[in-house]
Design a protein around this ligand. Structure first.
Ligand SMILES: [Zn+2]
Length: 181
């Protein structure tokens, strides 16, 4: 059994509609499926960050999307290749509810987008590699979002942690600016 088939059989536990094997795909189709998978992953990631940005802009808080923006502040920066950056001075003035809303918007959009890919992918017209690529990515990204974004992880200071402990994030940024001792 190839590694890809093992991965697929694990995903079949979640979604039995997925094919039992991908050896039916030619090497060319496997590459096409991989490209579809990567494009879908980038698209869902963009949806996640754009949802954060839209929520912040709606709340009147200036922010911008950055690539590799957590490189300096986290050992796990590679887990967040794209982030929404808020200046510390701006962050320090935010209300806890504003932080909760802005933090929750990303995973909500992410879960909806990945769920749509997961549920609707196999129904896409055209070649099988297209539907399977979209569905695999949707299923994987849904589970990853649950584990990495929704479950609060203090070590990553992820979205779930920000929703749960906005006061801690505010205290940290105020301490950094010398507003608290
Ligand atoms: Zn997020």
């Amino acid at each position: 059994m190839s590694l890809a088939d093992l991965f697929l059989s694990l995903l079949r536990l979640i979604d039995p509609r997925l094919p039992a094997t991908i050896v039916l795909f030619s090497p060319t189709d496997l590459w096409k499926m991989l490209v579809v998978f990567v494009i879908t992953a980038v698209a869902v990631l963009c949806v996640h960050e754009l949802a954060h940005l839209a929520a912040l802009r709606t709340l009147g808080i200036p922010a911008r999307i950055m690539l590799g923006g957590r490189r300096e502040e986290s050992r796990f920066w590679f887990l967040s290749p794209m982030v929404v950056h808020i200046e510390d001075q701006v962050m320090a003035t935010m209300q806890p509810l504003q932080i909760r809303l802005a933090a929750a918007s990303g995973p909500i959009a992410h879960l909806l987008a990945s769920l749509a890919c997961w549920c609707l992918g196999l129904g896409l017209p055209g070649a099988a590699w297209l539907g399977v690529g979209v569905t695999l990515c949707g299923a994987m990204y849904f589970v990853c979002c649950m584990l990495m974004n929704v479950v609060p992880l203090p070590v990553l200071k992820n979205d779930g942690w920000l929703v749960l402990r906005p006061e801690a994030a505010l205290a940290e940024v105020r301490r950094k600016l010398g507003l608290l001792d």
